[in-house]
Structures are given as C-alpha cells and as structure tokens.
Design a protein around this ligand. Structure first.
Ligand code: SME
Length: 151
C-alpha cells in the first residue's frame, strides 16, 4: 500500500459526522497500522491540560506503560519542546529514548499544531530498522494537519 493511497481514507474518517473525535483518532491509527507494513505501533499523545507533559490518546498496538511523558523526556517529550519532526532510524543510538518494547527498532514522531501551538503528536514505532523516509514525514504531516482540524 502506498502512503498516498491512504489519504482518501483519512479524509473520510475526518469528515465522518457520526464519529466522536477519539473514535476518529483510533480509526486513523488502525488504518495506518493495518496498511503500512512497517508501522507496528501507532498512537497519539496530547499536551495534558496546562501541565508540561504529554498524555497518551488513542493508539493501536501493544499496551504501553508510558501514558504520561514529561516534556523533554524520550523522543516524544523532545518533540513537545522542539516543534520539529523527529525520525529515529535506530533507537539503540538514542540516549534520550523511552523504550516501550525491546522489539522496537525505529520511531518517528510528528508534531500536531493548532493555531500555531504544538498541542500533540503522532508517534509510530517500527520493528524494522531504518524504515522511514521523507515520504513518511510528508504523509504524516498531512495526517497531523487533518487531525488538527477536528481538535
Ligand atoms: N519511545 C517513545 C515513548 C512512547 S512509546 O514509543 C509508545 C519515546 O521515546 O518518547
């Protein structure tokens, strides 16, 4: 499945008037995890109220202990502060990394902006080493922009 081919399905979920926001976010995780072979855990984290921490939102994949992540900690916490995409080809080479499972080899985190403010992120773990390209970044930026519209 090509990433581009998933855009219409993302659009359909976003504009579905019968679904609650969390259901939409979950459905997006599911579409991504099911259709892209190297996306093994797909989830959303959002800023937890006015605290400097992230809280886990809808996700698909193995349950994680990391429901709350302080800003600055791990790949997710760093993206909360940097406002930049973070692509990790090999997690063993990262010092500031929170391991969710020993099977994870790579990770990509893309921030979500609402009115210019970094309000959360999509986080994807892969069991494949170095799987993410510029195409993944562009596609996930598209997903984050769409998600921003329903938040
Ligand atoms: N590995 C992440 C933690 C979240 S789990 O991947 C679900 C990190 O370093 O921030």
């Amino acid at each position: 499945m090509k990433l581009e081919d998933l855009k219409p399905q993302i659009n359909t979920i976003i504009s579905d008037g019968t679904l609650a926001v969390d259901q939409k976010l979950y459905n997006i995780c599911k579409i991504l995890e099911e259709n892209i072979s190297y996306y093994d855990w797909v989830g959303f984290y959002f800023k937890n109220g006015d605290k400097n921490e992230l809280k886990l939102g809808p996700y698909v994949g193995e349950p994680t202990d990391h429901v709350i992540i302080p800003f600055g900690k791990g790949i997710c916490g760093q993206v909360a502060l940097s406002n930049q995409n973070f692509v990790v080809p090999d997690v063993t080479l990262q010092e500031n990394y929170i391991a969710c499972s020993i099977t994870v080899k790579a990770e990509i985190v893309i921030p979500i902006f609402k009115n210019g403010e970094n309000i959360g992120q999509i986080d994807i773990d892969s069991k494949t080493i170095d799987p993410f390209t510029e195409s993944d970044e562009q596609f996930l930026e598209f997903v984050c922009e769409k998600v921003s519209q329903i938040l």
